[in-house]
Design a protein around this ligand. Structure first.
Ligand SMILES: [Zn+2]
Length: 279
C-alpha cells in the first residue's frame, strides 16, 4: 500500500469526477490519502474534513476508495485572515478524530502576498493550537528564489516553539537543500517529496533525496498541482503518487515495494495510527 501524504481533494478541479479520481487512486494501490484543509481561504479549511467523511462513509458501505484523513490550517498567504474566530475554528477542527494534522502552514517568501511578519505570527499562533491538540504539523516553506531566508526563519521558529512538543511533522513538497533536510530530520520531521522530484531540472533535489534515510521520507502528490513527469502542467491526482514513489525508490536504491512499506510505516508512526487505522 502507498499513501499520498498531501492532496488537495477539496479542489474545485475535482468537482466533476472526485469519486472516479479516488477510485483510480485505490486501483493504483493508494490505500490512504491525507486531504489538506486550507481551502481557497481560511473559511474553507473544513472542506477536507467534509470530503473525508463523505468518502469514508461510502467505503464503510463497501465502495473502493482509499482511506481518507484530513488536515486543517491557514496557508501562509491567508494568515491575514487568522482572527480569533478563525483560530477558534481551527482549534475545533483539530479536535476531530479524522483531522490528524495542522497544515499546511509555514512561510512563503517566494510569492508576493502576506507580509513576512504576519506569516510568522500566523505560524506561531497555529503551532500553539496544534501543540495543545497534540497534532503534528504540515509545513510549507519556500524562500525568495535561491535564498534560504524562509527556511532560516522557519527553523528558528520550530526550534523555539515546536521542538519541545516532540510531535514532529512533515516538510511538505520539500524543496530545500541537504542542510534543511538534515535539520528537519533532527527536529523529528519527515521529508515529503512531490512530483517535482521527477522533473528534468530537479537534479539538486534528487541529490538530496538520495541521501535521505529510509525512515525519514514520504511521497505525496500535492494534487491537483505538480503532476509528475511526463504529465507536468496537467491536473495531478493521488494515483500519480506511484510515479514519485518509484523515482524515490530508484534514488534510494530500493524496490517499489520497499519504498511503499517504508513510507507507509513512517506515516503511521508520525500520526500514531494503529493497525486498524483508527485514531
Ligand atoms: Zn499543498
Amino acid at each position: 500500500m502507498l499513501i499520498d501524504s498531501h492532496a488537495h481533494l477539496d479542489s474545485e478541479r475535482y468537482a466533476d469526477d472526485r469519486a472516479a479520481m479516488l477510485a483510480r487512486a485505490w486501483e493504483a494501490g493508494v490505500g490512504m490519502v491525507l486531504a489538506i484543509g486550507i481551502g481557497e481561504h481560511a473559511s474553507g479549511m473544513d472542506g477536507a474534513l467534509s470530503i473525508c467523511r463523505e468518502f469514508n462513509a461510502l467505503s464503510a458501505q463497501g465502495a473502493m476508495f482509499p482511506r481518507l484523513y484530513a488536515s486543517a490550517g491557514i496557508y501562509p498567504h491567508n494568515t491575514p485572515e487568522a482572527d480569533d474566530a478563525v483560530l477558534a475554528k481551527l482549534d475545533g477542527l483539530l479536535a476531530e478524530p479524522e483531522v490528524i494534522a495542522c497544515g499546511e502552514i509555514g512561510l512563503d517568501y517566494y510569492h508576493d502576498g502576506a507580509p513576512h511578519p504576519i506569516q510568522g505570527e500566523g505560524l506561531i499562533r497555529q503551532i500553539e493550537i496544534a501543540a495543545a491538540r497534540r497534532r503534528p504539523i504540515l509545513i510549507h516553506c519556500r524562500g525568495t528564489n535561491e535564498s534560504t531566508d524562509a527556511w532560516d526563519d522557519l527553523l528558528a521558529v520550530l526550534e523555539e516553539h515546536w521542538r519541545s512538543t516532540g510531535l514532529g511533522g512533515v516538510m511538505h513538497c520539500f524543496g530545500g537543500g541537504w542542510e534543511q533536510a538534515r535539520r528537519s530530520l533532527d527536529l523529528g520531521f519527515l521529508v515529503s517529496f512531490a512530483g517535482n522530484l521527477t522533473y528534468p531540472k530537479a537534479q539538486p533535489l534528487r541529490d538530496v533525496a538520495a541521501r535521505m534515510p529510509l525512515d525519514g521520507v514520504l511521497a505525496e502528490t500535492d494534487a491537483p498541482w505538480l503532476a509528475p513527469a511526463p504529465d507536468r502542467g496537467t491536473r495531478n491526482e493521488p494515483a500519480f503518487v506511484v510515479r514519485t514513489a518509484h523515482t524515490l525508490a530508484g534514488l534510494l536504491g530500493v524496490s517499489d515495494e520497499k519504498i511503499a512499506s517504508a513510507t507507509t510505516k513512517n506515516f503511521m508512526r508520525l500520526f500514531r495510527l494503529g493497525a486498524d487505522v483508527g485514531n
